[in-house]
Design a protein around this ligand. Structure first.
Ligand code: PXG
Length: 471
């Protein structure tokens, strides 16, 4: 793509951006020195910047553009709805066709026992709703002491005060007085870094049993729910051992704890089924959704609620004093409906399950032969590479954590590949519409960037070994 002629120059854009725009999760002093990347267009799996450079977007924006960029059907759905009814609320006994259609549609694709949706505009808001909802549920049920929510270290559940407290990101908790009371964290099922010499399956059971130990310690009469992502996304695409989820499910059921599956990343096809809960046979009481619900074309999220929870709240709960101006926003809802139609009619999710997901898995696994790679794991359209100076021992780098990852990420961008780093993990989450041909192109870029990264790390003397994870 050539530059779009009538736009200001990149330098001009960057100057105004630096003067007036405060970016999320950014060190503004540092960013304003280098200047922001100005993205002006998306098409399929590609993005274009203001200078005409093309990038393969292996992150689907921020894990969300599941059907890819540039689908005019969604633009038309938004326009049509804006012309007819751009806004009306769903408070005070009112509703409208887009929110009715979307609630029904979501219920039809969600696991059978989940048939009720409370809408928000984001995953953070939906998780804040979940905190209030599970506590209100237990109070209504006659067990008001059941208030504590158990989550996991290195989980990501959003950035608002409630949802960031649910999350287990230490860097976030260190700013702004978090976590809020009655939220506690247990360890994560991250075998590569924390499993030592245990087998992944033994490790999975051990980490699940930590939940049971915590419940015994605090007393199930004080615990409302356990929340977890089927696969941790922002924490670094951490795919749990296969023993983990069945054990978690057993523990939640036996101790009468609600289970919240945070499907903000895993939902809407990313793991090759509609939800990560389908892939791992999880039976949650609540699911958090956002991102892929509209493929990111509109800000919309929600909590899908089980029949059991909904029936208690509907028969005995009275008014749930909670809601957002934009709960069930008509334009966002119309766009989400159109997105789900496309996912269904174009068999996008079954292609991930049967064709492109297995293809990516095979090609991605080959990366474990690269001398800089300690592990290459993937599932559906999610993948991670653990960078290591000594792959055999799953060793970390001696340099500060994240140094090698940042260098590799910058090399990727210079080569036209958007692949994120989480400390020294490289991660991908490509649009679900990526073809096998495009996966081949993605893989050759990844190999090239890893080769280059190894060279640069060697040149800079950054290949010294830190901790070995196995003896
Ligand atoms: N739950 C999960 C599992 C998420 O991944 C949220 C909730 C919050 O959603 P909203 O729509 O409020 O952002 C998320 C969001 C990253 C990154 O750096 C990941 C997210 C958001 C921003 C950055 O990987 N995930």
């Amino acid at each position: 793509m050539n530059r779009i002629a009538n736009l200001p120059s990149t330098k001009e854009f960057q100057k105004i951006d630096a003067a007036h725009h405060v970016h999320p999760f950014s060190d503004m002093a540092e960013l304003n020195q280098t200047g922001s990347r100005v993205i002006v267009k998306g098409d399929g799996i590609f993005l274009y910047d203001n200078d005409g450079a093309k990038f393969l977007d292996a992150m689907s924006g921020l894990w969300c553009v599941n059907i890819g960029y540039g689908r005019s059907e969604l633009a038309k759905a938004a326009e049509k709805q804006m012309q007819k009814l751009p806004f009306y609320n769903t408070f005070f006994g009112t509703t409208h066709p887009p929110v009715i259609n979307l609630s029904e549609k979501i219920s039809s694709i969600a696991p059978k026992h989940l048939n009720h949706v409370f809408f928000s505009s984001s995953g953070s808001e939906a998780n804040d709703t979940n905190i209030r909802l599970v506590r209100h549920f237990w109070a209504t049920y006659g067990k008001p002491t059941k208030k504590i929510i158990i989550s996991r270290l290195n989980a990501y559940h959003g950035s608002s005060l409630g949802s960031a407290s649910l999350g287990g990101m230490k860097s976030m908790h260190s700013q702004g007085g978090m976590p809020i009371p009655d939220i506690i964290h247990i360890d994560q099922p991250y075998w590569y870094a924390e499993g030592g010499n245990m087998s992944p399956n033994d490790f999975g059971i051990m980490r699940a049993k930590e939940l049971e130990t915590k419940i015994m310690e605090i007393g199930s009469d004080n615990i409302a729910a356990f929340i977890a992502e089927p696969i941790q996304g922002a924490g670094g695409v951490i795919i749990p051992p296969e023993t983990y989820w069945p054990e978690i499910q057993r523990i939640c059921e036996e101790h009468n704890i609600l289970l919240i599956a945070d499907e903000v990343i895993c939902g809407f096809g990313r793991t090759g089924n509609w939800f990560g809960s389908d892939t791992f046979s999880i039976k949650p009481d609540l699911m958090t959704i956002a991102k892929g619900l509209s493929s990111g074309y509109q800000p919309i999220g929600g909590s899908i609620i089980s029949d059991r929870v909904a029936s208690v709240l509907e028969t005995k709960g009275g008014e749930f004093c909670h809601g957002y101006t934009y709960s069930g926003h008509p334009v966002a809802a119309a766009v989400a409906c159109e997105n789900i139609r496309i996912l269904q009619e174009e068999n996008i999710i079954s292609s991930v399950r049967d064709e492109t997901g297995p293809y990516l898995k095979e090609k991605w696994a080959e990366l474990s032969n690269h001398p800089l790679v300690g592990e290459a794991r993937s599932l559906g359209m999610l993948g991670a590479i653990e960078l290591s100076p000594e792959p055999k021992s799953r060793a970390s780098f001696k340099a500060a954590e994240g140094t090698a990852g940042l260098i590799t990420r910058n090399i990727c961008i210079r080569n036209g590949l958007i692949m994120r780093h989480v400390y020294d993990k490289m991660i991908i989450s490509p649009p679900l519409i990526i073809t096998t041909y495009e996966i081949d192109n993605l893989m050759s870029l990844v190999w090239k960037c890893l080769d280059e990264a190894k060279m640069v790390l060697e040149e800079k003397g950054l290949m010294s070994v830190g901790n070995r994870r196995t003896q």
